[in-house]
Design a protein around this ligand. Structure first.
Ligand SMILES: [Zn+2]
Ligand SMILES: [Zn+2]
Length: 123
């Protein structure tokens, strides 16, 4: 568990965000510490107990390795993953924290084409 120091590492995106008793948050790339554990708060400069954990929604393209992070916004993660998949014909994995939730556009890999727009006929 390596905390991301928000003061020095702005490039790295956290996979899980933990909220501390002081209401500050800290991002973790790998497995975050458990609720109740004390970690060092970079903003208060003292150790603080963790009160809750917030896994981050993200997608990662398995073809071009594009990754985007959406915080707690599940719907945005799903929407942008689909968009990337449709636009680039890539297969995209959607994660909640470290957990794989959905694979979008897997049909692109086996050459199957699914029409995106089905015309609606009105008489
Ligand atoms: Zn703090
Ligand atoms: Zn891609």
């Amino acid at each position: 568990m390596t905390p991301i120091n928000p003061n020095t590492a702005r490039v790295q995106q956290p996979i899980t965000t933990v909220i501390m008793e002081c209401n500050h948050s800290l991002g973790f790339r790998e497995s975050p510490p458990a609720v109740g554990e004390r970690i060092f708060c970079f903003k208060c400069n003292v150790p603080r107990a963790i009160t809750s954990k917030m896994p981050q929604w993200r997608y990662k393209c398995i073809v071009c390795h594009t990754a985007r992070y959406f915080g707690g916004a599940e719907l945005s993660a799903m929407t942008f993953a689909s968009k990337h998949s449709i636009t680039n014909h890539h297969t995209v994995n959607v994660y909640r924290g470290t957990e794989l939730i959905e694979t979008v556009g897997a049909h692109h890999s086996n050459g199957l084409q699914i029409p995106l727009d089905i015309p609606i006929k009105e008489d």
